[in-house]
Write a protein that binds this ligand. Structure first.
Ligand SMILES: [Zn+2]
Ligand SMILES: [Zn+2]
Length: 385
């Protein structure tokens, strides 16, 4: 492997280097070739991207193991192929460096991120609820209401967090910007650093006299009813995200989402296979022999099945489009009715008399050969569904 190909060589570390050594080596090299220091020097920039790529792989236990095993290309076509990403662009490389060394690492970087972090910090929590549904609701779709314990904007202070009659004041540290920019001296010269303001936590305002009801948070505990529209055809463990219906963020920050995890009750009448359902139907001897119109359940009502004369145990009848709706599409699955001929366990004297009269004339079941043929046909019919 050439030096250019070998991440260990690129960082100048041994193949069995500890994580801490890898980090140290990367930091040292990055300090040399960081674009801040090299005024647009293309070679330095390339080198910075190269060492960052090597570092990103070697610092991560899984990626490193994949690299050790498969080399730079990663396992081809394999699952979880580790680090098959393209080379970093400069922005990505810079954010890797910032992530690990940007704060408190003795080095401040000046690119973005602060703003995004600030927004994330103020966003309210996502709430998770379990939503129980019946199969009929899955078939039709449903509008459900759930009660959730959440937070609500404090009405006393309008969510601002300041005691009524007082105001929030602009943060003196950052002048309301929510971030502090400073010109800093580093081992390779002066540069501009931007980070979230420590005094106001990036909000730009400070509360001198907090609202007594929410203690300055701008939110109070509450219970809320949320309506959730469930589309037809959903399955167990699916989840629905209702945007903006989670908890609001502190001091009028943006709300999180409500996440409803679906739990679909077992319905003893049906076995579910995706959009198709299977129903087991017991037929009496005479129904099976003579044929009958049988009422069968469907997820949303009943349907009539014409059982032909001479129906065998194991026969399956398909009721087209009587299964469940396809999620997000038109059309429905089928309902398969699987027949079991029921043998009476206990006969009344009258029944016994009739069966005894039938016995000499009922005819014999098929030979072994004939039975095999029957099951084979049945399997094909089922397999062909
Ligand atoms: Zn309040
Ligand atoms: Zn501030």
């Amino acid at each position: 492997m050439s030096r250019q190909e070998d991440f260990y060589a690129i960082l100048g570390v041994a193949r069995d280097a500890e994580e801490a050594d890898i980090k140290k080596a990367y930091r040292r090299l990055a300090m040399e070739v960081h674009p801040d220091r090299n005024n647009g020097d293309k070679a330095a920039e390339e080198r910075f991207k190269e060492i960052t790529e090597a570092y990103e792989v070697l610092r991560d236990r899984e990626k490193r193991a994949a690299y050790d095993r498969y080399g730079r290309a990663g396992p081809r076509g394999g699952r979880g192929g580790g680090f098959q990403h393209a080379h970093f662009d400069l922005g990505e490389a810079l954010s890797v460096f910032m992530r690990d060394f940007g704060a408190g690492g003795g080095f401040d970087a000046f690119f973005g991120g602060g703003q995004r972090e600030q927004r994330d910090r103020r966003r309210g929590q996502d709430l998770k609820v379990t939503l129980k549904l019946t199969l009929a609701e899955v078939a039709s779709g449903a509008t459900k209401t759930v009660r959730v314990r959440t937070l609500d904007r404090c009405t006393t202070c309008g969510g601002m967090g300041a005691r009524s009659g007082t105001r929030t004041t602009t943060c003196a540290t950052c002048g309301g910007a929510g971030e502090v920019r400073r010109s800093a001296q580093s081992i390779f010269g002066q540069f501009l650093s931007v980070s979230p303001c420590p005094s106001c936590d990036g909000e730009g305002v400070v509360i001198a006299d907090p609202c007594p009801d929410c203690r300055g948070d701008g939110r109070v505990r509450t219970e809320k009813t949320v309506q959730i529209d469930v589309p037809a055809g959903v399955a167990d463990h699916h989840y629905l995200t209702v945007r903006g219906h989670g908890a609001p963020g502190p001091r009028n920050g943006p709300a999180g989402d409500l996440i409803a995890v679906l739990e679909i009750a077992e319905d003893a009448r049906f076995e579910r296979h995706g959009d198709d359902l299977v129903h087991d139907l017991a037929l009496s001897f005479s129904q099976a022999a003579l044929g009958a119109d049988i009422t069968v359940p469907t997820p949303d009502g009943e349907s009539t099945l014409k059982v032909p004369a001479g129906t065998q145990t194991g026969s399956v009848f398909r009721l087209r489009a009587k299964g469940l709706p396809r999620l997000g599409e038109s059309g429905r699955g089928d309902l398969h009715v699987r027949v079991h001929v029921w043998t009476p366990a206990k006969l009344t004297p009258e029944q016994e008399r009739v069966f005894r009269a039938l016995a000499p004339i009922e005819g014999a079941p098929p030979s072994e050969e004939g039975l095999k043929k029957f099951w084979k046909q049945l399997r094909e019919a089922l397999g062909g569904q």
